[in-house]
Design a binder for this molecule. Structure first.
Ligand code: NAD
Ligand code: GLY
Length: 380
């Protein structure tokens, strides 16, 4: 299941200017554009086809609302929106649950939303996943638009249609595949994003390089300072290349019956860290970064990754400011948390494994080998 056959290293890696041309995720009738650029929040012409004459619901959170909600609200009215409703959720992974999903339905019913209503997710991946799931289920499905405002959501979660909430027993366990009508990745919103969150986005960017584009991994390492300086070309290059990779993978396998699973590299371990530490203690990108290092140790022991390649991945994760020390949850706890992974089939966990940097596939690994890896990384 190597992707290299259809993902070539892209000319985009050398971009020095922002293109007005959107990317397109090809999914037949569910195809959509991914627009990337600065100040897209103000562009009425992009939003008008989706909101004109319709009630628009902005779902956001208490951190993002004071920064960007009024600006989007004004643009939606200027684009011909009939009226705009704002739903402001509390901020945090610990609120990505049934109780807070219900707040979106409450507000939509109180505002007399109907099947023509359009939902706009304004925020990071938590808001995007929750708003998308609300849109998938309200009156059995209304249109929604992703307006990601974190690097992680611009390079990953806003594209591909995975929506949902957490359960106390497992991460993202309740949800639906439901594609947005459009993605607007406004790079200027990253100006207010804390550096710790930027590091989380870089975890997913490193993941994309590691699984299918080693040139992109090297480019990312070279661009780290520019990305933290919010250099618009470096940000554009990363968001565009990651979205391009995601669009190619999802276009092949929308509902993860095969190749899409490789986008979860590091996630089997990462989700165990997130749940085990308590939602919100480790940020998603931090858990994925550390999870990739555990997965890399596994791949090295299986003879799939050289020590040099493993060291390069470790260097990248450390250089972007992500934690590299595996948290001490206890061996048994790790194994029981990982048994809940969504990639498990017949009780057997399927791991995303690298075949050298830039290629990946999925396979089962004996628990004893995984236990050895965790122990080698300090878990007892
Ligand atoms: P997040 O949504 O919690 O956002 C991170 C923080 O940044 C929050 O405090 C948020 O309020 C704040 N913020 C957002 N935009 C800001 C801005 N422009 N300026 C200042 N602060 C801002 O976290 P995230 O990293 O964006 O997303 C993580 C979530 O995404 C997890 O729940 C994860 O499971 C999910 N995810 C989903 C997919 C998918 O395919 N659906 C893929 C990857 C991750
Ligand atoms: N983040 C994994 C996926 O979208 O499939």
């Amino acid at each position: 299941m190597s992707l290299n056959t259809f993902i070539q290293s892209s000319d985009e890696l050398s971009v020095h200017s922002l293109s007005n041309q959107p990317l397109r995720l090809e999914l037949g009738q569910r195809s959509y554009n991914i627009h990337i650029g600065r100040n897209l929040l103000d562009q009425t012409e992009l939003l008008a086809p989706w909101v004109s004459g319709r009630l628009a619901v902005i779902v956001t959170n208490s951190t993002v609302a004071p920064l960007y909600a009024q600006r989007l609200h004004n643009t939606l009215l200027a684009a011909g929106g009939e009226a705009v409703v704002q739903v402001v959720l509390p901020d945090g992974e610990q609120y990505k649950d049934w109780q807070h999903l219900q707040l979106i339905f409450d507000a939509m019913l109180q505002a007399n939303c109907d099947r023509k209503t359009v939902v706009l997710a304004l925020g990071g991946g938590v808001v995007g996943d929750m708003a998308g799931f609300a849109a998938a289920s309200f009156m059995r499905g209304v249109d929604f638009i992703q307006i990601p405002t974190t690097l992680l959501s611009q390079v990953d979660s806003s594209v591909g249609g995975k929506t949902g909430i957490n359960h106390p027993l497992g991460k993202n366990m309740i949800g639906a595949f439901y594609q947005p009508r459009m993605v607007l990745a406004d790079l200027s919103t990253l100006d207010t994003l804390p550096n710790r969150e930027l590091s989380c986005g870089l975890a997913e960017i490193i993941k994309h390089g590691a699984i299918c584009d080693v040139a992109y991994l090297h480019q990312t390492i070279a661009d780290i300072s520019a990305i933290f300086a919010r250099n618009e070309y470096a940000l554009y290059r990363a968001v565009r290349r990651s979205c391009e990779i995601k669009a190619l993978v999802v276009g092949q396998d929308e509902k993860e019956s095969g190749i899409r699973a490789i986008l979860n590299f590091g996630h089997t371990f990462g989700h165990a860290i997130e749940v085990g530490m308590g939602y919100g203690a480790w940020l998603h990108g931090e858990a994925v970064g550390c999870g990739m290092l555990i997965a890399a140790e596994l791949c090295q022991r299986l003879g799939r990754l050289s020590k040099q390649e493993q060291a390069l991945l470790h260097q990248a994760v450390e250089a972007v400011g992500l934690p590299v020390q595996v948290p001490a949850l206890g061996l048994e706890r790790y194994l029981s948390l990982m048994a809940l992974d969504k990639k498990s089939t017949g009780g057997q966990i399927q791991y995303v494994l690298l075949n050298g940097l830039g290629a990946a596939d999925v396979a089962a690994v004996p628990n004893a080998v995984v236990a050895e890896v965790l122990q080698a990384m300090g878990v007892t």
